[in-house]
Design a protein around this ligand. Structure first.
Ligand code: SAH
Length: 237
């Protein structure tokens, strides 16, 4: 390990502290002062700099989303943290992630869950993320290139589902169907009049927590306003 590794570790710990501060600042939305320590530990462990293009490594631990190519982004660390916390993942859980992107959120989930299934609509990103996560030593992840709005019936049901792109005006029905009784689905929903255009600042998106109780009854709670890239459904943007 060279000096660079130590620098990255220090930057990562500083990022974890910034997330804690932002969580406290948004406690009214989250209904809590601090996230699950297991979530914070996972964020403190995953080498975020390994998920961004080489030129972006010096800023990889800044608490903001960043471009990763193909017009896509790596999610803001605070957002990854609160979505993971809302999903309330137990070590025995099977988790589905929609929107693998660079695979950063996937890695955080793989630290906490028994198994993670992840779907990415851009084949090149899916391929790169699969190789990257394998090289980093994760052995509990299944990858697929395709439309994640349809879920992954062969691996269902899932105790937790996280969607990292904004669905248009409604939660994709297939995902609710593939949620196990007692399961949690975390999904941004875009309620804007017009379709999203970069940099998505004009969008009205809400992060939703959809819960299915033991009897299969579904309820939802709006957590806070967010800004995600659009979920591409049915082959159109
Ligand atoms: N989870 C990533 C976030 C990536 S941004 C992270 O940790 O940073 C959202 C991703 O969703 C993009 O890579 C985009 O290509 C992908 N996406 C958009 N629509 C999708 C769909 N219908 N199915 C699967 N992935 C989709």
């Amino acid at each position: 390990m060279g000096k660079g590794d130590g620098d990255m570790r220090a930057a990562r710990q500083a990022m974890v502290q910034e997330i804690a501060v932002e969580v406290r600042a948004t406690r009214k939305h989250l209904g809590k002062e601090a996230l699950d320590p297991r979530v914070m530990a996972a964020i403190g462990k995953v080498a975020r700099h390994a998920f961004v293009p080489a030129v972006n490594r010096p800023t990889a631990y800044e608490n903001r989303p960043q471009p990763i190519g193909h017009g896509q982004t790596i999610s803001q660390p605070y957002m990854v943290a609160i979505m993971t916390d809302l999903a309330a993942i137990e070590p025995t859980d099977r988790v589905l992630e929609i929107g693998t992107g660079c695979g950063y959120q996937t890695a955080v989930l793989a630290e906490l869950a028994a198994r993670v299934a992840t779907i990415e609509v851009v084949p090149e990103l899916a391929k790169q993320a699969a190789a990257r996560l394998r090289d980093l030593g994760y052995g509990n992840i299944d990858h697929r290139a395709g439309d994640g709005a349809l879920g992954w019936p062969e691996h269902a049901p899932f105790e937790a589902i996280i969607v990292t792109a904004a669905a248009w005006h409604r939660v994709p029905p297939a995902l609710i169907g593939q949620l196990a009784p007692g399961g949690r689905l975390v999904v941004p929903v875009d309620r804007s009049k017009a379709a999203a255009q970069y940099p998505f600042t004009a969008q009205q998106q809400d992060l939703l927590l959809v819960s299915k109780d033991a009897q299969g009854k579904v309820s939802e709670r709006t957590v806070l306003p967010v800004a995600f890239v659009p979920l591409i459904e049915g082959g159109k943007g």
